[in-house]
Design a protein around this ligand. Sequence first.
Ligand code: HEC
Ligand code: HEC
Ligand code: HEC
Ligand code: HEC
Length: 243
Amino acid sequence: MVKLRVLILVGVIVVLGLVVALQPNRTSSVSAADVTSVAVSILPSSLGVDDAPEYVGSKKCKICHIVQYRSWEKLKHAKAFESLKPDQASEIKTQFGLDPSKDYSTDATCLACHTVGFGKPGGYVVPDTKDSKAVKRAKSLEGIGCEMCHGPGESYLKLHKEIMKSKRKYKHDEMFAAGMTPVEESTCLSCHNTKNPTVDKESYTFNYHERLVDGVHEHKPLKLCEDPHATPKPSSPGSGGGS
Ligand code: HEC
Ligand code: HEC
Ligand code: HEC
Ligand code: HEC
C-alpha cells in the first residue's frame, strides 16, 4: 500500500510539474519548481506516518521462539492487561486509591504501560466492540508483549524469516538496523517509574539487574549470531546462572 501511494504521489508531482512547465504563456508566478517543492515537502511527512512499522503481536513470534514465548506467557507481563479489568488485583488497587470495581481497560492513562504500543503508530487501539477484526487485533496487543522490548515486529520479521530459512550467520547490528531495539535499562524505565499509580512515589526504586533475571523470559543461546553478547544468564536453578 505504501509503495502504491508513493507511486501515485510521484505521478501527481510529475504531472503537476509538466502542466506548469508546458503552459504556453507562463505569466503565473507559480513555477514548476515551486509546485514540485511543495509536493515534495508533503511527501516525507505523509510517508513518516504510513511507514511506521506495525506491531504484529507476540503470537507471531511463538513459532520460532517457543522457549521465550512459553516462559513469557507465564509471567506478569503477559497478563498485564488483565490487571486493568474490574475485580483483578483488587488489593493493590485499593491500597493505592484506585477503584477495584472500575474497568480501567479502556483508560488511556493506564494503557500506555499495560499494552503493546498504545499511542504509537501501528500499536494498541481501544477497539470498537462491534468491529470483530479490530477486537481481534487489539487482543493480540494486550499486555507487555515481545515487541515492547524488542521493537515493532513488522520491521524485522522478514529478516528473521530469511535467516531462519538460510541459516546464515548474522551480526546483532544487522538486526538493529532492521528495526529491532536493543533491550536496555531505559526500556524498562519507560514503564517502571513513578507514573505507575501502584507504587509509592517517595520510595520507588527499580533494580534493573535483579528484575531482568526473573522478569523477562527464559533464554536460549543464539546459534547464528556471530557476536552473541551479554545475554542475561537463565534464572533456572542449577544452570550456573546468577552470581
Ligand atoms: C520465522 C521464524 C522467526 C520469527 C517468526 C521470529 N523470529 Fe526472531 N529470530 C529468528 C532467527 C532464526 C533468529 C536467529 C537465531 C539465532 O541466532 O540462533 C532470531 C533472532 C531473534 C532475536 C535475537 C536477535 C539478536 O541478534 O539479538 C530476537 C530478540 C528475536 N529474534 C525476537 C523476535 C520477536 C520479538 C519476534 C516476533 C515479533 C520474532 N523474533 C519472530 C527467527 C524468527
Ligand atoms: C508509567 C506506567 C504505568 C501506568 C501509566 C500504569 N501502570 Fe499499572 N503498572 C505499571 C508497572 C510497571 C507495574 C508493575 C509494578 C512492579 O511490579 O514493579 C504495574 C502494576 C499494576 C498493577 C498491579 C498488578 C499486580 O497484580 O501486581 C495494577 C492493578 C495496575 N498496574 C493498574 C493500573 C491502572 C488501573 C492504571 C491506570 C489508572 C495503571 N496501572 C497505569 C506501570 C504503569
Ligand atoms: C510497556 C511497559 C513495560 C515495560 C517496557 C517493562 N515492563 Fe515490567 N511490568 C510492566 C507492568 C504493567 C507490570 C505488571 C503486570 C501486571 O501484573 O499487571 C510489569 C511487571 C514486571 C515484573 C513482575 C513483577 C512481579 O511482581 O512479578 C518484573 C520482574 C518486570 N516487570 C521487569 C521488567 C524488566 C526487567 C523490563 C525491561 C527489560 C520491563 N519489566 C519492561 C510494564 C512494563
Ligand atoms: C521485558 C522485556 C522483554 C520482553 C517482553 C521480551 N523480551 Fe526477549 N529479551 C529481553 C532481554 C533483556 C533479552 C536479552 C538481551 C538481549 O540479548 O538483547 C532478550 C532476548 C531475546 C532473544 C535472544 C535469545 C535469548 O533467549 O536470549 C529472543 C529470541 C527473544 N528475546 C525473544 C522474545 C520473544 C519471542 C518475546 C515474547 C514472547 C520476548 N522476547 C519478550 C527482553 C524481553
